[in-house]
Ligand binder design. Structure first.
Ligand SMILES: CC(=O)N[C@H]1[C@@H](OP(=O)(O)OP(=O)(O)OC[C@H]2O[C@@H](n3ccc(=O)[nH]c3=O)[C@H](O)[C@@H]2O)O[C@H](CO)[C@@H](O)[C@@H]1O
Length: 370
């Protein structure tokens, strides 16, 4: 099996592509993979580190408002398309898979025009522009959320597969995880983080929240501030006269490298609503309070959050409404209401798709010539 994978810009498009690459390597014989991205996207750094061959083409993203710069973008897209055509011709893939981001456009299009089976994977409830356009030419469309099916008029091509999570996420054990953090088993564990880079707004609300719950019996908190927000958070805590080291039930870290353990320890999560995070929460059946990042493209995180809220798996607080007080009020409501946590947890688990990678592999098999 020879496959080209493409997708990029941010980690959100690259990690699913890497998971799919691993899936192909285990599901098909003699798999040879080529990853096509741009030199400016994060993929140029991440993909070679994952030991996959990488080739770059020239493309850049369209500005969402009318601008002269977009003329240059169109020219580059044309150039990128010609480069992609050459790459596809010389690599001769059996399949081309795109996971979103503008680099997918020329690559999937070039493959489709050469009659090569193409699959796209969409991570968000509100599909990105590139994927919406590519759905017309792709042979298969795999989506993460049931809610995004409606945006693809080509219904018969669409399969709801979910988003593959890192394998270690489902392998961790609660008891061992609590031990790692030095936390107690009979307390409710709240995990708070704001996506991979942290979220300043969440950190600000957490100052008051930590003061409220500090040394309260029955609850313990793990809070990841994000690398860049760590010092600022500590300063704000100090300015408020809070002595963090006196709170035995609060752990503050810049980043959680062992997220699988933090999730295993958690009973309730407060976070942004990125697709990877939500896939992890639902695969583990974790209830959550979601605060969508309002500046994500086309506000897609709010659509992601809504998918969980509509099914009773989460509660949403809009970023603009987030304060220490609104967060504490929502937390108290969920914690105190009888059976609320277990009902949310059940609803979350129902949305989880532990077999996402297998289902994507089925989509690949379906589009290959018999
Ligand atoms: C800001 C933005 O536009 N983000 C987008 C980006 O998400 P991006 O990949 O940045 O964010 P996600 O929320 O999807 O993923 C964050 C990942 O970081 C991990 N983590 C986080 C904190 C920590 O301390 N340790 C740790 O390991 C989480 O477990 C998760 O796996 O692409 C996704 C898929 O297109 C979109 O849904 C997101 O909206």
């Amino acid at each position: 099996m020879r496959a080209i994978l493409t997708g990029g810009g941010t980690g959100g498009h690259i990690y699913p592509a890497l998971a799919i690459a691993r899936g192909l390597q285990t599901s098909f014989d003699n798999t040879e993979i080529l990853y096509v991205g741009t030199n400016r996207g994060l993929e140029a750094d991440i993909v070679p580190k994952a030991n996959l061959p990488f080739q770059a083409i020239t493309v850049s993203g369209l500005e969402r408002k009318l601008s002269l710069n977009n003329l240059k973008v169109f020219w580059q897209a044309w150039q990128g398309y010609r480069e992609a055509t050459q790459i596809v011709k010389s690599f001769r893939p059996d399949v081309v898979i795109g996971t979103g981001g503008y680099v997918c456009g020329p690559v999937v299009l070039a493959a489709a025009r050469q009659g090569i089976p193409t699959l796209i994977h969409e991570q968000n409830a509100l599909p990105g522009i590139t994927n919406r356009l590519l759905a017309r030419v792709a042979k298969g469309v795999a989506v993460t959320f049931e809610d995004s099916v409606q945006y693809f008029p080509q219904r018969d091509k669409v399969t709801v597969t979910g988003l593959p999570v890192r394998p270690e996420i489902t392998r961790s054990n609660r008891q061992a995880a609590l031990q790692t953090f030095g936390l107690e088993e009979e307390k409710l564990t709240l995990l708070v983080f704001g996506g991979s880079r942290g979220a300043r707004r969440i950190n600000q609300a957490m100052v008051e929240t930590i003061q409220y719950y500090g040394n309260q019996p029955g609850i313990q908190i793990i809070h990841a501030t994000g690398q860049s927000g760590y010092q600022e958070f500590l300063n704000e805590v100090k300015d408020r006269g809070i002595e963090l080291d006196k709170y035995v039930n609060i752990i503050v870290k810049p980043y959680l490298y062992n997220m699988q353990e933090a999730l295993a320890a958690a009973d309730l999560v407060v976070s942004r609503a990125g697709a990877a995070t939500l896939a992890e929460l639902t695969v583990l059946g974790l209830p959550s309070i979601l605060i969508p990042y309002p500046y994500a493209a086309e506000n897609h995180q709010e659509f992601n959050a809504k998918a969980l809220v509509d099914r009773g798996a989460a509660v949403m607080i809009k970023d603009a409404e987030l304060t220490g007080a609104t967060l504490i009020a929502q937390l108290q409501k969920i914690i105190l209401e009888e059976n609320r946590l277990s009902e949310m947890s059940l609803a979350s688990k129902k949305m989880g798709r532990p077999e996402a990678l297998d289902d994507i592999m089925e989509c690949v098999k379906k589009i290959l010539p018999r």
